[in-house]
Design a protein around this ligand. Structure first.
Ligand code: SF4
Length: 97
């Protein structure tokens, strides 16, 4: 009985490791994808890769992630996507500082 439980446990551990590995690969792949203006959430928030709002763009928004100077950066509002540094959406809030 004990050995069966141990085997089941090992099987479960193995698939968990595989699941986590695949999961992080998928997340990594998604994070590389640029946000399309046709994306449903992007449309709802009026995202554009070229801001027409004076002084407001993704590069100076508090939700942008990544490194200053990069053209395509992750955004907290669009998980797994990259937004354009020159972009804008209606969730824009000036980055503090
Ligand atoms: S919230 Fe909108 S404006 Fe701000 S970085 Fe994300 S897409 Fe750009």
């Amino acid at each position: 009985m004990k050995s069966v439980n141990r085997r089941d446990f090992l099987k479960l551990s193995g698939s968990t490791v595989i699941g986590l590995t695949l999961g992080s690969t998928v997340l990594k792949a998604q994070a590389q994808e640029q946000l399309s203006a046709d994306d449903a959430t992007a449309k709802a928030l009026k995202y554009t890769p070229n801001s027409t709002v004076d002084g407001a763009n993704c590069a100076n928004c508090m939700y942008v992630q990544g490194t200053d100077g990069e053209q395509h950066r992750p955004c907290n509002i669009f998980p797994g996507k990259l937004v354009s540094a020159d972009g804008w959406c209606s969730a824009w809030v000036k980055k503090p500082g």
